[in-house]
Design a binder for this molecule. Sequence first.
Ligand SMILES: Nc1ncnc2c1ncn2[C@@H]1O[C@H](COP(=O)(O)OP(=O)(O)OP(=O)(O)O)[C@@H](O)[C@H]1O
Ligand SMILES: Nc1nc2c(c(=O)[nH]1)N=C(CO)CN2
Length: 169
Amino acid sequence: MSKHVIAYLGLGANLGDPLDQLQQALALLHHSQGISIRQVSSLYETSPVGYLDQPNFYNLVAEIDTVLPPMQLLNMTQKVEQSLHRVRKERFGPRTMDVDILLYGQRIFNLPDLIIPHPRLLERAFALVPLHEVAGDLTLPTGEKIDQAVKALSNDQWIQKKTFTWQGR
Ligand SMILES: Nc1ncnc2c1ncn2[C@@H]1O[C@H](COP(=O)(O)OP(=O)(O)OP(=O)(O)O)[C@@H](O)[C@H]1O
Ligand SMILES: Nc1nc2c(c(=O)[nH]1)N=C(CO)CN2
């Protein structure tokens, strides 16, 4: 029997119809073998980080229960990106769907294609704020407490909570 792990995924979109794509991505993840969604954060409209000359993003975090080993989970999240016709031109640029693995239980990975905790998690309000909403008591495997990490964010990142209900299909 494979072990169940609680993992956190960060989803983001800023091209096409982001809200519809987020609902579709959540449904695809929930129906993937070995993944079930336990909880979804609110939706956040966020100003772009990194490459600034692009539309605002819509971001959220999903808490999942998975029996997939980390590389298989990455494979599945990449399939979801592809099935939403992800178009990606430049690094940090606009995309129809981005799915990042933020955390995988309390495990740390430094593989060529997979780094967990996600290497830019602590500097990104668009990932940390929704993560804090669904897992307020969390301590990262690297020792940081999530509430302290949120307080330590630079306050130049614009982020606004929106109404959103995961349809849970
Ligand atoms: N924790 C992780 N979650 C998702 N992808 C990861 C992770 N760690 C490493 N990667 C690798 O990053 C590669 C590039 O990912 P992607 O194109 O989504 O980057 P990006 O969205 O432009 O930037 P960012 O990773 O900062 O969000 C993927 O092919 C994947 O192998
Ligand atoms: N606000 C926001 N900015 C980003 C995002 C994202 O999801 N939200 N994803 C990126 C991909 O590397 C780069 N910049």
